[in-house]
Design a protein around this ligand. Sequence first.
Ligand SMILES: *Cc1c(COP(=O)(O)O)cnc(C)c1O
Length: 362
Amino acid sequence: MIETRPELENLSDYVPGKSIEEICEQYGLKNAVKLASNENPLGPSKKACEAYTNIVNTLHLYPRGNAPHLISALANKFHVNSDQIVIGNGSDEIIDMVGKAYFRPGDEIIGIRPTFSVYKATALLFGAKFISVEETENRPNLDAYIQAITPKTRAIFICNPNNPTGYYYTESEILEFLSKVPQNILVFIDEAYSEFATAKDYPKLLSQLEKFPNLMLNRTFSKIYGLAGVRVGYAFSSSEVIKALWKVKPPFDVNLAAQAAAEAALSDDDHIQKTLDMNNAGNAQLTEAFTNLGYKVLPTQANFICVHIGEKCSEFVKFLEQNGMIIRYLKSFGMPEWVRITIGQPKENQLLIDLATKWTNA
Ligand SMILES: *Cc1c(COP(=O)(O)O)cnc(C)c1O
């Protein structure tokens, strides 16, 4: 037997949302609707599909590891320097790169509970400790993170808006927080859902990168850009942090098709706007319906809603699956009475509402 690194003993497999294929096989269904992984219900942008198809005859060539076209498209769109951007095979890999570049055994990494599980898994993988600030139904003040800082703290993860609750911190809250965090601690703000936020006080932090060289902003092509399948994430930070990440980045991780599709998706404003409009309408539709059915719905700034179903939550999720509707049960997030529902197309939302009504009144 080959001995693994001891850190692996603390790790469990990532629990993803169930796939359509899986549910169809399990319940003998022809089709199912998936509102479980916060994917774009409109699909990928047509421009991205075209770019993806266009590279098919060059599949034998290595991609350019430094992705110059994609990097410069990102720099232009977001008005930052090219040396302030890194890309990865999904933003999951960027989180892994942060671990490779910065985490040491004994370090402390601060995050919230519940949140996206990858932060903790990455901390543990590199022998660091994950310190959780507890989220209650009333979102904790950012001072709770400040109080958790010790001389061993290496990084702080803030998911804004948070997955799975949808809660967000405002610009003034984040700025005050940043001014209190020592600059030898990386502040990783995961903005995977930032494009969906409609609140006026949702932070715009790109202009803060100069002032806070320890600030990192993480984004993805998996959500609003509809490219979860090709795996591209990107992040902004000071040139110093970005340089460290490029050093640990596998050279060809963002493949040729992914680079082409991402670059094209970035400029498809029409697709982005359609997605946003649909998300806002769907948020209202689902929030109203679940509230009327008597469930507590948390306010959201993302493309999902978090709903309290109660003690029979797992039965509810199973009932939906048997009827070809997949949502995310939040037990693995430590919220066994809650579900997270991706806001879908109007008819998908309606199908879910009809099923939820039937189950509730049964
Ligand atoms: C979906 C999601 C991501 C995106 O991950 P990718 O690896 O880019 O697909 C990142 N952070 C959070 C909180 C997410 O929910």
